[in-house]
Design a protein around this ligand. Structure first.
Ligand SMILES: NC(=O)c1ccc[n+]([C@@H]2O[C@H](COP(=O)([O-])OP(=O)(O)OC[C@H]3O[C@@H](n4cnc5c(N)ncnc54)[C@H](O)[C@@H]3O)[C@@H](O)[C@H]2O)c1
Length: 436
């Protein structure tokens, strides 16, 4: 099928490549000409394992091309809108202006047969407004469907090609049939299909993210209680996680969630629910957010407490991205903690296997170091902020020979406490052995 993908960020770039992998003929569009140029040259503007290889393969098979405008030799049958919906304003609401403006551009080039599909995460009700606006611009009733995306950065392409489920929300049968055609190879493998109305499709994504954020903050709340009661939140998580009604995923306490989705999506959800008069129903998400932020403050307080002050103290932050296998630092807990420490006067060195490039010139107060051993030299405190496998594999004895003081805060609860202690380290694991 002829497919067009509008917006080439994490979602759109991955989706365009995934569509080509399914054998479709894909045109990707972005306003950013640098992004368009690099995609055409086989380079993705962010770190995502496997994506660049798949992109090059698709380019060499002429299944995908990228451009700034909508001029096409043959019109697309399905157009996916994958532009950003960042947080806006102090109330945390989502900025849907990119979606509306992309929709306006799309409406100028489509025919009544074209199926437009929203994939961006939007406040419930956005699709209806978008359909009305597009229909007005196009001069005919535009076919619009919603198809939320659940990919996780770090495994984005794999998640796109082997999703747990496909959710299709539509107002008409023709649109849902076309989408089922798009996803035929995936559906033929028995992937569950959930067909719903459009508001449900919009809500599914924010509800899923709200649930995941709540699970993380739940175990972090347990960690807070564990820290003042001498209990162990890691063992507690293990014990409750065996109950398959609870499950052990997203149940490891630490410095909390971040990234370009969860934090902004729960805030946007609260703001939209309030607009609709259902604010009380999701007001608990404000607590979820507060618990999440409080873990970051906790690490800063611990660092200060352990070192008797922060001014001019040498601290190494291991990891900057919000999760491993990604260089995405949007609302990253590790970066936020590093900045808070630097703000308090500490000399903070940052290391990350891939994210230093993406940091560019931003935050000059942070000292960059590409080499892990050089980064460790003479540090008084090490904080593990992102659970890259490279950090899990650190040999504590040799690493300990480099630092000035063998003190580490494991912000992700991934290090082998006994091994680090045996190598002479004082290891503080959140929710485990932090006693006031
Ligand atoms: N990042 C993820 O893991 C993920 C997963 C699922 C859903 N989502 C959702 O997908 C959406 C996009 O997220 P992202 O992380 O890819 O955002 P992003 O900011 O990385 O990318 C958005 C892209 O859209 C482009 N753009 C904006 N307006 C445009 C227009 N009118 N025409 C063409 N291009 C335009 C921008 O230049 C940018 O390249 C958001 O709603 C997000 O919540 C993201």
């Amino acid at each position: 099928m002829k497919i067009c993908v509008v917006g080439l960020g994490y979602l759109g770039a991955t989706h365009a490549v995934a569509m080509a992998e399914l054998g479709h003929d894909v045109v990707g569009i972005d306003l950013d000409s640098t992004k368009v140029g690099s995609m055409n040259a086989g380079k993705v503007s962010f770190h995502e394992p496997g994506l660049e290889v798949a992109l090059r393969e698709a380019l060499s098979r002429k299944l995908v091309r990228f451009q700034k405008t909508f001029e096409m030799t043959e019109p697309a049958q399905v157009i996916f809108i994958c532009v950003g919906t960042p947080q806006t304003g102090s109330d945390g609401s989502a900025d849907t202006s990119f979606v509306m403006s992309a929709g306006e551009s799309v409406a100028r080039v489509i025919s009544p047969e074209t199926v437009v599909v929203g994939k961006s995460t939007v406040p419930v009700g956005t699709a209806a407004a978008l359909r009305d606006q597009m229909s007005e611009v196009a001069g005919f009733p535009v076919r619009l469907a919603w198809n939320p995306e659940f990919l996780r950065e770090g495994t984005a392409l794999e998640d796109s090609l082997k999703p747990n489920r496909i959710v299709i929300g539509s107002w008409d049968d023709y649109s849902s049939q076309k989408l089922k055609e798009v996803y035929k190879p995936i559906l033929n493998r028995g992937t569950p299909l959930v067909e719903v109305d459009v508001p449900t499709a919009e809500l599914v994504k924010v509800a899923a993210n709200a649930f995941l954020a709540t699970k993380v903050s739940f175990i972090n709340a347990m960690a807070e209680v564990a820290e003042v009661s001498g209990a162990d939140a890691v063992e507690l998580a293990k014990a409750i996680g065996y109950d398959d009604r609870i499950g052990n995923k997203f149940l490891r306490n630490g410095i909390g969630f971040g990234g370009g989705c969860l934090p902004k999506d729960i805030r946007g959800f609260v703001a939209r629910a309030e607009e609709l008069g259902a604010g009380e129903a999701v007001s608990f998400l404000k607590d979820v957010d507060v618990i999440n932020q409080r873990r970051r403050a906790r690490v800063v307080a611990l660092a200060e407490q352990e070192m008797g002050g922060l001014k001019d103290r040498r601290i190494l932050m291991l990891g900057l991205s919000f999760k491993p296998d990604s260089d995405d630092m949007r609302d990253s807990p590790a970066l936020d903690i590093a900045l808070r420490l630097a703000q308090a006067g500490a000399k903070v060195t940052v290391h990350d296997p891939v994210a230093l490039n993406a940091l560019g010139e931003k935050h000059p107060e942070l000292i960059r170091e590409q080499d892990l051993s050089a980064a460790a030299r003479d540090q008084e405190l090490v904080i593990l902020g992102t659970e890259w496998s490279e950090y899990r594999a650190i040999e504590p004895k040799a690493f300990g020979d480099l630092v000035a003081n063998k003190l580490i805060i494991d912000g992700r609860n991934v290090l082998d406490v006994a091994a680090w202690q045996a190598a002479g380290w004082r290891l503080i694991a959140l929710g485990r052995n932090v006693h006031n």
